[in-house]
Ligand binder design. Structure first.
Ligand code: PLP
Length: 394
């Protein structure tokens, strides 16, 4: 361990919130165990109502993961073989898995160099130049919990008759100011439907795998409910091809304990982000860009490092400071997705970002002195480098 760094700073602290909420969590788990209602039932339904309310939608349907949420909502909307679904290569792989597993064909457009999210200009260009394809839907991904430019994307979707599904798997509680509607909107309430993940490390995390679909469309919600449950609308009456993809009551009970804390956890993350912005102002690092029309939930706090990213990450590791890369390989460059037919150079912004981004420690319990330590370690790196440069120049 490097001297003077104490215990080090983890990239993510999943222990503290569970210790803090231990009694409530244990009560919730005990309630499920003693009721023996493990699959479906009142606890799942209560969570669905509460999460829909949080997202400002009429319905939420609990499923077994964010990936299933994406997959089921595409299938429920009738998207399948022969249909093209447009998304970005700068995302977690699940967005693309879902499109392919629904039987559709993914197409990529590059991201904006400032927001790192779907570029509406790139989307527009794609739609203008691919009128021969059956483009049915678009999946903007609110990466890092920062909102995509939804007014522009919704306007294009209307013009070209596309369905918009938000990948809100990182965006629980993120807000977007719609100029078209002149009001703040919540992630997951803007498109036709949205997918959320409650993977443990997300801003709202289960103690296992879980996810949800949100929508205002009653028929779509009903179809997702069938698809998650073997395609049945009544026990042993199977209406459509389905899956075993339900949210279980244990996870729903745990999520119900945590949901009331989500807004204050998100606020703590936003405060921590502001502190980082101040500490890193004037450094060679580029801090996250947040347009005035978004209030992100800072699922991740991602700086851009230029060419020295790997050295900076190694330097922080040597100081026992945890970091992450979200993501080191854009989806079109993944071996598994070579078959889609894209090549290196097709999405220059996503490709550059994959080499330059670095996720710093970020969680509601992150302390100010810890943030100071992270900033100092970063400053140290640059000081060390200028000393080295001065000495090689003689
Ligand atoms: C986490 C995540 C998913 C998948 O969610 P799981 O619950 O892990 O299946 C999909 N898209 C994005 C952007 C994610 O971050």
């Amino acid at each position: 361990m490097a001297s003077g760094t104490g215990k080090g700073i983890p990239f993510l602290d999943l222990v503290s919130p569970h210790v803090e909420l231990q009694d409530d969590l244990m009560d919730a788990i005990k309630g499920v165990v003693t009721s023996a209602m493990f699959i479906g039932g009142p606890v799942v339904e209560a969570f669905e109502r509460e999460f829909a309310q949080f997202c400002d939608t009429k319905y939420s349907v609990g499923v077994s993961s964010g990936t299933d949420a994406l997959r089921f909502v595409l299938m429920a909307a009738g998207i399948g073989p022969g249909d093209v679904v447009v998304t970005v290569p700068n995302t977690f792989v699940a967005t693309v898995e879902a499109i392919i597993q629904a039987g559709a064909t993914p197409a990529f457009v590059d991201v904006d160099p400032q927001t790192f999210n779907m570029s509406p200009d790139a989307l527009k260009e794609y739609l203008q130049t691919h009128s021969n394809e059956r483009v049915k839907a678009v999946i903007p991904v609110h990466l890092y919990g920062q909102m995509c430019d939804m007014d522009s994307i919704m306007a294009l979707a209307e013009e070209y008759g596309l369905i918009v599904f938000e990948d809100a798997c990182q965006a629980h509680g993120s807000r977007y100011f719609s100029t078209r509607q002149n009001r703040w909107q919540t992630a997951g309430s803007i498109g036709k439907a949205a997918a959320f993940s409650f993977y443990p490390g997300k801003n709202l995390g289960a103690c296992g795998e879980a996810g949800a679909v949100t929508t205002n469309d009653e028929a779509l919600a009903a179809r997702v409910r069938m698809i998650r449950d073997h395609g049945q609308n009544k026990k042993y009456h199977h209406m459509v091809e389905g899956y075993n993809g339900r949210l279980d009551a244990m996870q729903a009970a745990i999520l119900r304990v945590k949901l009331p804390h989500l807004s204050s956890w998100n606020a703590s993350r936003r405060e921590a982000a502001e502190i980082y912005n101040g500490l890193l102002a004037g450094s060679d690092l580029k801090t996250p860009y947040e347009p005035t029309w978004t209030k992100g939930n800072y699922h991740l706090y991602v700086v851009t490092c230029g060419q020295e990213r790997d050295e900076i990450q190694a330097h922080l590791t040597s100081k026992n400071i945890g970091t992450g890369l979200h993501y080191p390989v854009p989806v079109h460059m993944q071996k598994a997705y070579a078959h889609i037919g894209y090549r290196e150079g097709d999405f220059p912004v996503s490709e550059r970002l994959s080499n330059e981004i670095l996720s710093l420690p970020m969680y509601p319990q992150l302390g100010r002195s810890q943030q100071q330590q992270v900033a100092e370690a970063l400053m140290n790196f640059y000081q060390g480098r200028s000393v080295a440069e001065a000495s090689t120049k003689g």
